[in-house]
Design a protein around this ligand. Sequence first.
Ligand SMILES: [Mn+2]
Length: 328
Amino acid sequence: MVVTHGDCDGIISAYLYIKHFMKDMWPSHVTVVFTQPWRANLDLVRGLQKVVEEVVLLDLALSSELVKEILSMSGSLRRVAVVDHHVSSLEFVGQVLSSTSGNVRVVCERTQSCPRLIVNSLRISPNPYERLLVDVADVCEGGEASSLDVARIADVIKLSIARDPGDYDFMNYLLNLIMRNKDVETDELVNRRYRTAKFLLSRLLKQLGENALSYRNVVKITTLTLPESRIFAGLLGVGTTELARMYKSDVVLVRKEEDKVVVTVRTLTDKALRICREIARVGRGRFGGHAEAASATLPELDLQKVADLIVDVMHSVRESPIQRKSNA
Ligand SMILES: [Mn+2]
């Protein structure tokens, strides 16, 4: 069983791993479970209700809940492998290794994408198609595109899954396409989803741009109402990233949800996570994410109060002396 993150680099990770290490078992003897980090432990347990000999966890940030399940299942399995590129996983590696026997392999390093880590650490020599997909995964995770081809394929995969991040059938469909070396760009179903998302994204960028206000040239703050957030669901993260690129400025999106305010931060340097931590601290909420792309959730507050809070925080969080490009 392969349990992987339901996103662009998670799909490509599953492809690379299965192709190189489970080729004979594909497709009839491999179950692929797509999940999200916050519910990976639940989906892992559910997957284990079938007869499973080997479990591979890919591109899933380790948490204490997930580690607990890994430890409890490892005794009854032939082999367990964990491959992840999130910085936050590093602190759990020691715990997993010291509490399990030799059948558990853990590869955790900070890299741009999980496929990049698979190729580097599991000693794969990728063919040109695989190399292209690893580059695509890097771009999906915020890296610079090395060619137009790579940028286009990354755009197609990322946007075609963005609208419905819980549609795991579609992710399986994508995985099957690339397992069979099919061109994702010309596939009809993928294309239809991509074009819808692309259209909505252009409308979203227009709306975000119209609502954006510049605060003392430090940051652009933009807002969406609840109905607008619903229309553009699934694209808000991508849209905020895109806006920061367009403006070459730090961007903060503030929007209302049912009973809370969600703040999405994209920064040109690695300030976003620290800003969100501070916003969450002052606003008594929660936060999470990557160095340059993070978000915070606050109990319901007046949007103007949140905007004032953000400006204060942006002033107090100074540039970090170490500026990295990677957002792993
Ligand atoms: Mn991922």
